[in-house]
Design a protein around this ligand. Structure first.
Ligand code: MG
Length: 449
């Protein structure tokens, strides 16, 4: 079912909720000592660990998202580094979604710390802009009362999801911003093209080349011109978003691609065994998502970044649509070995690896997968499905594969942040921006901002 619609709608009845410094706030919520102090949630707490979520106090002291921990401590010597606690953030996420559902049946989780509360079907209940502003204030209060008093959020209100999200970008930190047809030009006038969520550098360059240099010019440009500039339907979507022409950001987007990525710490890259374990973990992450979505992939890719040089990557067409994580991993390892032989170089998994990424795409529904006459995997596929049903019921660590029994710390954090789409498998989850590329959320699973 597609929830997009192209009927004009200028009443601001969509609320976008963005939790502020979410991961760090969750930590400060459960640990009173951390409140009011600069906290940095990191993937690893070694000096090379990457800060994925500074608390608001840390941000005030100049600690930026994505910096290395040793650099962050130079900037802010009393910074308190904490290792991520994905299960905790998922739990808070679920509680927050529960609170939001008291305000509307149409609640759409968008990432671990973002959700949309759509009031468009309740236009006779919330008649005026003042009614909707009151709902927003009530939501903030309810999150503080019923989830955690240290949790703050920004709320944007607008006639469509995109502009509501933009409202949260403008009103950081407990903000509350409403964008209406009367105020939109004033809002856009202060922004650059790349301030619009979904417009990256490349898109901005395309638009600039077509003479569209600002968000305001984008809004008032001829839609055919914008479409030509973007070289796709995306241009038409930009016209609709900025002109209240309907909703284009609420389609039920099934996975177009999935990717699993890990940054590799200096300690991890010392051991080839650990790197192989991480690769396996990433392939199993893809497997888990594919099983949940009941799809098989026809294309697999791998990308490795190195400390000292260019990256290595390859794409592999899968003659037989695939879902099994172990098989995906074997394919990747074989491909690496073939490359090494062909180019007479050292192994690709070596002490210089800084990032591993694998992805799958070109999905086919499980029921459409036709096996060859010679290889019957049907029983194996059934088994895989059953294994995940058991994991769902009794916990992810109750059933593991033989190769997961190796005593490696990698397995403890395989689950990572999980993907928001997996947390709400029954629900509509959607993203904003270019639909053809894997979203940033898929790439990192969850970056907190
Ligand atoms: Mg946030």
């Amino acid at each position: 079912m597609n929830f997009n619609r192209l009927t004009d709608n200028t009443d601001p009845r969509v609320l976008f909720i963005d939790m502020n410094s979410f991961f760090a706030s969750c930590e400060q919520q459960v640990n009173y000592y951390l409140r009011g102090r600069p906290v940095a949630v990191c993937v690893y707490t070694g000096p090379q660990g990457c800060v994925i979520a500074p608390s608001r106090e840390a941000k005030d002291r100049g600690v930026k998202l994505g910096v290395r921990l040793d650099e962050a401590i130079k900037t802010c010597p009393d910074l308190i580094p904490l290792e991520t606690n994905p299960a905790r953030y998922r739990e808070f996420h679920q509680k927050i979604i529960g609170v939001l559902k008291r305000f509307s049946d149409d609640v759409l989780p968008r990432s671990i710390d973002e959700a949309v509360v759509d009031l468009r079907r309740f236009r006779y209940v919330y008649k005026t802009d003042a009614d909707v502003l009151r709902v927003a204030r009530d939501i903030k209060q309810a999150i503080r009362d019923d989830v955690g008093d240290y949790l703050k959020c920004s709320i944007g209100i607008a006639p469509n999801v995109f502009l509501a999200k933009l409202g949260t970008e403008i009103g950081k930190r407990d903000g509350l911003v409403i964008i209406t047809p009367d105020t939109i030009d004033g809002v856009l006038a202060k922004l650059r093209l790349t301030d619009l969520p979904g417009i990256g550098r490349n898109m901005a360059i395309r638009l600039e080349n077509a003479g569209i240099r600002t968000p305001l010019e984008l809004r008032h440009a001829d839609p055919t011109h914008v479409r030509a500039a973007c070289q796709s339907i995306v241009g038409w979507h930009w016209h609709l978003r900025l002109n209240f022409g309907g909703e284009v950001d609420m389609a039920t987007t099934h996975y177009r691609s999935m990717q699993a990525m890990r940054s590799i710490s200096r300690e991890q890259r010392r051991s080839v065994g650990t790197l192989r374990d991480i690769l396996t973990a990433l392939c199993l992450t893809l497997e888990r998502r594919m099983v949940k979505q009941d799809v098989f992939a026809q294309l697999l890719w791998v990308n490795i970044r190195y400390d000292d040089g260019p990256r290595w990557g390859e794409e592999m067409k899968l003659n037989l649509p695939m879902q099994d994580g172990g098989r995906l991993r074997d394919l990747v390892l074989n491909r690496m070995e073939a490359f090494r032989r062909r180019h007479l170089c050292g192994p690709l998994l070596n002490g210089q690896v800084t990032q591993l990424c694998v992805g799958v795409t070109r999905f086919v529904p499980a029921e459409a997968v036709q096996y060859t006459l010679f290889e019957d995997y049907t029983r194996e596929d059934k088994l895989r499905k059953t294994v995940y049903t058991i994991k769902d019921r009794f916990g992810p660590d109750k059933l593991v594969r033989a190769y997961q029994l190796a005593d490696s710390p990698v397995w403890h954090d395989v689950i990572g942040f999980g993907n928001i789409k997996d947390l709400h498998p029954e629900e509509r989850v959607f993203g904003i921006g270019s639909q053809s590329e894997p979203s940033a959320m898929d790439a990192f699973d969850a970056m907190d901002e």
